[in-house]
Design a protein around this ligand. Structure first.
Ligand SMILES: *Cc1c(COP(=O)(O)O)cnc(C)c1O
Length: 404
């Protein structure tokens, strides 16, 4: 998804980090605890949260942890009727799934055409049974919610909490903080935003941050600093353990290394991510149909080709990109855009790589006009041709040697 500096892998592989046993007593693991503590402080600074747990192994796991915190928060106040979580229809699929797994009823609210939450439809579902809302801002169409402060007030006024899906924090870095928008709980996908390569199943980490009045609910142990010494603390109302030991520690080391490498430059990250995306958007909008024609943030969503007469679909374009050696973007998400192609270049791409991508996308649009069959039957230059996707899921062939 982005530039993942190899030096971070080397740092995570230093023997002191790599070989440390998870049962090492804290007094002999001060360096490792310092890494967790420092990372906690740096993430608190960029998000406006108070404290983090590093226990969750992925973004979706972080969502579950956040929802368990919401649940326990209401239970301790003996407010048992709060059984509902609001999720917009533009949300990432893990949001409603996590809410359901945590035992909540999911209330879907409709989006406006640009994917932002429709305030009237939000107001119509508010009641004292609402435990909270899960939001992504900028939303999955890459559009910033202009009414975020109104929304957070509406939810807090009825006694609910706001959960921020911070899987892709890039656009906010150095520009805004979820804590300033009124969010109470957030998860980050450090494997998307802070330089752990992801895909192929991990390892990742989904640290969860909370505002001060919720920090006693975090899974334990958390690392605190007292008299120049790092110690473990079991938070008073902790939701309990959510995984073995301290999560994917090596991913936390990489996050720490990345944040420190950036240092002060982190203030440019969000702006660069947004600039890169709008450059792609403006360069491709004569060939590809914009789902929303507005200034976007970290990602832009196209609804397939503008000229659909050739019958070339988003899936065909993604397959044809493989022939040109380009990793295709996310397709058919968000669900509210029929032929969705979601492109997120992030801040680390250079103008050269962006121009290369634009050129290939334009070549494919031209092929679709002049020789659509070549796109529809792509890929042509890969080891295997177009897969039967159902069969690939039911009977996966995961090794080259198993190919017939
Ligand atoms: C990737 C993503 C998730 C899920 O994260 P995982 O680490 O894959 O579990 C949740 N929400 C959004 C917006 C995402 O992009």
């Amino acid at each position: 998804m982005k530039y993942n500096p190899k030096i971070n892998e080397a740092i995570a592989n230093l023997p002191g980090f790599h070989n440390i046993h998870p049962l090492t007593p804290p007094q002999y693991a001060q360096g490792a605890l310092e890494v967790i503590y420092e990372t906690d402080r740096m993430l608190a600074d960029v998000t406006g949260m108070d404290n983090f747990t590093f226990a969750p192994f992925a973004g979706a796991h972080g969502e579950l942890v956040g929802l368990w915190i919401i649940k326990k928060y209401h239970q301790l106040r003996e407010d048992y009727k709060r059984t509902k979580i609001i999720v917009p229809d533009s949300a990432h699929g893990t949001n409603p799934a996590s809410a359901a797994v945590a035992g909540f009823d999911v209330i879907e609210v409709k989006s406006n055409p640009d994917g932002t939450v429709n305030i009237d439809s939000l107001k119509s579902v508010l009641s004292d049974e609402i435990a909270g809302i899960m939001l992504t801002n900028p939303n999955t169409l890459g559009i910033f919610e202009p009414d975020i402060l109104t929304m957070s007030k509406l939810i807090h006024d009825i006694g609910g909490l706001l959960y921020y899906d911070g899987a892709n924090l890039n656009p906010l870095l150095g520009v805004a903080k979820p804590g300033m928008m009124g969010f109470d709980i957030i998860h980050l996908n450090v494997h998307k935003t802070f330089s752990t390569p992801h895909g192929g199943g991990g390892p990742g980490a989904g640290p969860v941050g909370v505002v001060s009045h919720l920090k006693d609910y975090l899974p334990g142990p958390v690392v605190i600093k007292e008299d120049e010494e790092y110690r473990f603390l079991e938070p008073k109302h902790s939701i309990g353990k959510v995984g073995q030991f301290f999560g994917n520690f090596s991913v936390v080391v990489k996050t720490n290394a990345y944040l420190k490498t950036l240092g002060n430059k982190i203030k440019n990250l969000g702006k660069l991510a947004v600039l890169n995306t709008n450059y792609l958007k403006e360069s491709l909008k004569d060939d590809y149909l914009l789902a929303v024609d507005k200034i976007c943030m970290h990602e832009v969503v196209f609804d397939g080709l503008i000229d659909k007469s050739s019958g070339v679909k988003t899936l065909d374009i993604a397959k044809r990109l493989l022939d040109y050696g380009v990793h295709p973007p996310t397709i058919y998400f968000p669900l509210i855009v029929k032929e969705a192609m979601m492109i997120e270049p992030v801040e680390t791409e250079s103008k050269e790589t962006l121009d290369h991508f634009i050129e290939i996308m334009k070549v494919i649009a031209k092929e679709a006009r002049e020789n659509p069959e070549i796109v529809k039957s792509a890929p042509h230059r890969t080891v295997v041709r177009r897969l039967d996707e159902v069969l690939a899921v039911r009977k996966p062939i995961l090794k080259y040697s198993d190919l017939e």
